[in-house]
Design a binder for this molecule. Structure first.
Ligand SMILES: [Zn+2]
Length: 595
């Protein structure tokens, strides 16, 4: 077992570890609860007399061992983020522990949606988001990414609805609403996922398909038509895909993230459906997690960059293989802009701008900034350039092979890297100071420069506009979404209402069906208190719950007193539509007490 102590789990896997879980659950939309039992098959490594699990907002009815005899348990003191330790009496001979539990309607992992919050408007919907430490709010478990287990489940839902998990999934509804699932590859708890709704399935190829509500299904399948090819490309770079199927579930717009890499069934926001496949790099990202994250996993949330930095790197390699170097350069430069903005916001000396961070005593969501993603990416790009792409790819293939279905921390990664490249290490370290990248805040000077040629063209156009050329006469033919994003992001931060109006009349940003473009535009609108955009901003914030979009807009609004009042008034109406992950970030920003 791993030696690392996870600061975000009460559990004792170094003594007793869960190897398999069998779940039986019934989903009740009226009471907004999941009632169930889970049988954990355990391995007692040290003859311990207690198994400690993580729970938060769960009612525990009773606990039995092996053949059904009840056992004593104690629930320890509550911590806001960690919940409670659940200590269960066992013996050295105990093989399995069965827990009868009920979730709370306020379970932070689960979002219950009214029919009006769905695309179809007729049936309720629920989805879970377990990362980082929310699995414990719907299943009692060893809620640490250092423990992996296989699972099977029986889930009962109201007839007419389809249930899906991060497992082998059904493709059709059945009359009685009873579904069975199996996941034979061991996964960490944060990849446990459930969605229930009026969902349909469309195959996209032999090993891949899409689930969505029926009004979204056609759009979603044409948007993701390339996924099969993405899988082929990914396998050609870093080896066999080991999870069987790769399906994508399109969720209602309140989903808090772009995507969540739940194994075999990526959860995705509908905001990546732009109509022109221009945002499918988000799906490439989730697919890349099938190697970095799901297969080779960060041991604690302090090592989150091991999941995300590698995944962003791999995502851009997939996009490069599919669309060419010029295209991937644009994605990388947008990432660099995001990184610079994040560093500016934190300040270059903030300890959370290191790759390895210390989240002890804090909500691990605090570490889910762009730093592990983008600084992680640039670190790995620097390593690629130092050792050469061929050797680097071989290294990654070996790394994914060596640590497949295991968890590791940053120090273990460093040891592996340093021994793998031991002969060239002094030279590599001279070019890429490993410890500085990992443990120091800010961006090292050795960061590789990014220069997107297509963006330099965009900048020429911005210059022409600044020199007074009418927007209607700018040469913007055949620009991709990314060029448009670069254009909007690099407009002067201060724009007059007249300038905003002229730009919008020429390019229709406020009517864009592309969520990235609309978001970039609304950010200018919020920063410049541009009133004509207010109805669109209001609609965007009250219908979309993706944290990456809504948080910066509320932040921009909050710069003035008047804007802050406006932000609070929109948020009061929007909050019921946000998942707890988005809502808790905004509660803090806007000083509202959730409730
Ligand atoms: Zn990711």
């Amino acid at each position: 077992m791993p030696g690392h102590k996870d600061p975000h789990s009460y559990s004792n896997p170094h003594e007793v570890v869960i190897r398999d879980s069998t779940l039986e659950m019934e989903v009740n939309f009226f009471t907004r609860t999941i009632e169930g039992k889970v049988t954990h098959t355990i391995e007692n490594l040290s003859g311990a007399n207690r198994l400690v699990l993580d729970i938060r907002d769960l009612t525990i009815y009773r606990i039995t061992l092996d053949d059904g005899e009840e056992t004593a348990f104690a629930i320890g003191p509550h911590n806001k983020y960690l919940g409670n330790p659940l200590a269960i009496e066992i013996t050295g001979q105990t093989r399995s522990v069965t827990i009868f539990f009920l979730s709370n309607p306020r379970s932070s992992a689960i979002q219950w949606l009214e029919p009006t919050q769905t695309a179809g408007k007729r049936h309720p919907f629920l989805f879970t988001q377990s990362q980082a430490i929310l699995a414990r709010t719907w299943i009692p478990c060893q809620d640490t990414p250092s423990v992996r287990f296989t699972f099977s489940a029986k889930v009962k839902v109201p007839p007419g609805l389809l249930a899906l998990m991060s497992a082998d999934n059904p493709t059709e509804k059945n009359k009685n609403g009873e579904y069975e699932f199996k996941m034979n590859q061991p996964i960490p708890s944060y990849l446990l996922a459930l969605a229930v709704g009026d969902l349909e399935y469309q195959s996209l190829g032999e090993k891949t398909g899409v689930y969505a509500e029926s009004p979204m299904l056609k759009k979603a399948s044409s948007e993701f038509a390339e996924v099969q090819e993405m899988m082929r490309v990914a396998e050609s770079i870093y080896g066999k895909y080991l999870w069987g199927r790769f399906d994508v579930l399109v969720l209602p717009p309140s989903f808090p993230f772009g995507g969540m890499e739940n194994p075999r069934l990526t959860f995705a926001t509908p905001t990546i459906i732009a109509g022109d496949q221009s945002l499918v790099h988000v799906v490439a990202h989730e697919l890349a997690h099938s190697w970095s994250g799901n297969l080779v996993t960060n041991a604690t949330w302090n090592d989150f960059w091991l999941n995300e930095g590698f995944t962003v790197y791999f995502e851009r390699r997939i996009m490069e293989a599919l669309n060419g170097k010029l295209y991937a350069e644009m994605l990388a430069e947008l990432g660099y802009q995001d990184l610079k903005a994040t560093l500016k916001e934190f300040g270059n000396t903030h300890e959370d701008t290191a790759l390895k961070i210390n989240l002890k005593g804090r909500n691990p969501d605090d570490g889910m900034t762009l730093i592990p993603y983008e600084k992680g990416y640039f670190f790995l790009l620097a390593l690629e350039q130092a050792v050469g792409r061929k050797d680097w790819d071989q290294f990654l293939n070996d790394y994914f092979g060596e640590y497949a279905f295991r968890s590791l921390d940053t120090e273990e990664f460093l040891r592996y890297f340093e021994s793998y490249f031991s002969e060239d290490l002094p030279l590599i370290k001279h070019r890429v100071p490993l410890n500085q990248w990992i443990y120091d805040p800010g961006l090292p000077k050795s960061a590789p420069p990014i220069n997107s040629k297509r963006f330099r063209q965009v900048e020429k156009v911005i210059k022409q506009w600044k020199n007074g050329l009418d927007p209607q006469h700018l040469n913007i033919s055949e620009w991709s979404t990314h060029e448009w994003l670069h254009f909007i992001r690099n407009l002067p931060s201060s724009l007059t209402p007249q300038e905003m109006t002229n730009l919008d009349e020429a390019f229709h940003f406020s009517k864009s069906k592309n969520s990235e473009i609309l978001f970039a535009w609304l950010l200018h609108a919020a920063n410049n208190q541009y009133q004509p955009a207010e109805p669109i901003m209001d609609k965007f914030l009250t219908s979309v719950g993706r944290r990456k979009y809504v948080l910066p807009i509320y932040k921009a609004l909050s710069q003035t007193n008047e804007g802050f009042q406006k932000a609070k008034s929109i948020y009061r109406r929007a909050r019921p539509n946000y998942h707890s992950i988005t809502a808790s970030s905004l509660d803090r920003l806007l000083g509202l007490n959730g409730g």
